[in-house]
Design a protein around this ligand. Structure first.
Ligand code: NAP
Length: 324
């Protein structure tokens, strides 16, 4: 029987665990704040695609505890993209020679640490298109879209058979996988959307539609950010197609009539949670610098998003109280 470990059983991890469970995979879920709830009640998903569904994975409180269910064919990393190196190190005890590690996170170069630590293992990069949010511990709400684009990291390194096996399981479980020979092109496309809408939405507290409605400059500014990300992507050989940019913008422009959706960074700000600033902006600005690409809008957004993150986290010792 195929075995999978979900590391980070939040919104995405809960849904991905369900898809694999439905495909007949033996699923173990590492749970943190929702450990008690998931141990007692399992996981419930209110899905606009599948209705209300429920499953019971094996539940572990830590990587060490999950090791009783080894060996894992797949480990899905579904935490927010912070501290990839620490996560990779933590997973060492449950990664066997045949384990494929699936990095299902937003951002760019989020797979790098896993490939560095496990060069002989297949690393599968997963570009996630799935609107999902927590309702209460062990309960997740999911929108009417589920698509995962996947491929090895780096491209053409690792086992294509593993990617195809995961894609088959995904289909069997009712999901929609798309396999790419070089997934990075898709990762840059998703990154462009994240860079364009996430921080501006979070800083302005506007969903995508209201951001575009807020001033005449908003559309042009968003387009400017999309183009800057495209120019960085082009410098490393992956320019998002003009069609992708246009279709995405058309979708957001149409939402000015229907009402839009809050981007995940805004949701995190409202919940007082840390933001994925480094994975989305830090890496992009660094790659731009390495290739001599000018990205003034991205640098400004990176700086502001870092400041926003700083004010949310108020790191002890660094955050100074106001002068009395
Ligand atoms: N949600 C979406 O709509 C969406 C859409 C597309 C892409 N994504 C991307 O998908 C990734 C996952 O996002 P998400 O929305 O699923 O995040 P999430 O709801 O915050 O879930 C992350 C889960 O990881 C757990 N976790 C974090 N660190 C852990 C650790 N050290 N040990 C064990 N568990 C740990 C968290 O536990 P706690 O509850 O204890 O913090 C939480 O349950 C992100 O990169 C995000 O950008 C999300």
């Amino acid at each position: 029987m195929t075995k999978a470990l979900i590391y980070g059983t939040g919104s995405i991890g809960s849904v991905y665990g369900y898809i694999l469970h439905k495909a007949g995979v033996d699923v173990t879920a590492i749970c943190r704040s929702n450990y008690e709830a998931v141990s007692k009640n399992g996981i419930t998903i209110h899905s606009a695609l599948w209705g209300d569904v429920h499953y019971r994975p094996h539940v572990a409180r830590s990587v060490e505890e999950s090791s009783s269910h080894c060996p894992f064919d797949f480990i899905l990393v579904c935490t927010k993209a912070f501290g990839g190196r620490e996560t990779a190190l933590a997973l060492q005890q449950v990664v066997s020679p045949d384990t494929a590690i699936v990095v299902a996170q937003n951002g760019i170069e989020v797979e790098k640490e896993y490939h560095q630590l496990f060069p002989q293992n297949t690393i599968i990069s997963g570009v996630v298109w799935l609107p999902a949010s927590p309702v209460e511990p062990g309960v997740v709400k999911m929108g009417a879209m589920e698509r995962i684009e996947m491929g090895t990291y780096p491209a053409h390194v690792g086992s294509q058979v593993k990617v195809e096996q995961l894609a088959s399981l995904w289909t069997l479980g009712g999901g929609t996988p798309i396999v790419h020979q070089d997934i990075q092109a898709k990762r840059w496309e998703k990154l462009a959307v994240n860079c364009a809408f996430n921080p501006m939405g979070a800083l302005s507290r506007c969903d995508g539609a209201n951001l575009l409605l807020s001033s005449e400059m908003a559309d042009e500014t968003v387009m400017g950010v999309l183009r800057e990300v495209s120019s960085v992507a082009a410098a490393v050989g992956y320019e998002p197609s003009e069609r992708f940019v246009e279709e995405n913008m058309a979708c957001h422009r149409a939402s000015k009539q229907t009402g839009g959706k809050e981007q995940s960074m805004l949701v995190d700000v409202k919940a007082g949670r840390p933001l994925e600033v480094e994975a989305i902006f830090g890496n992009t600005v660094r790659i731009a610098k390495e290739h001599g690409v000018q990205v003034p809008r991205l640098e400004m957004l990176f700086c502001l998003a870092q400041a926003l993150n700083f004010s949310i986290q108020r790191p002890p010792g660094r955050w100074k109280p106001l002068m009395s």
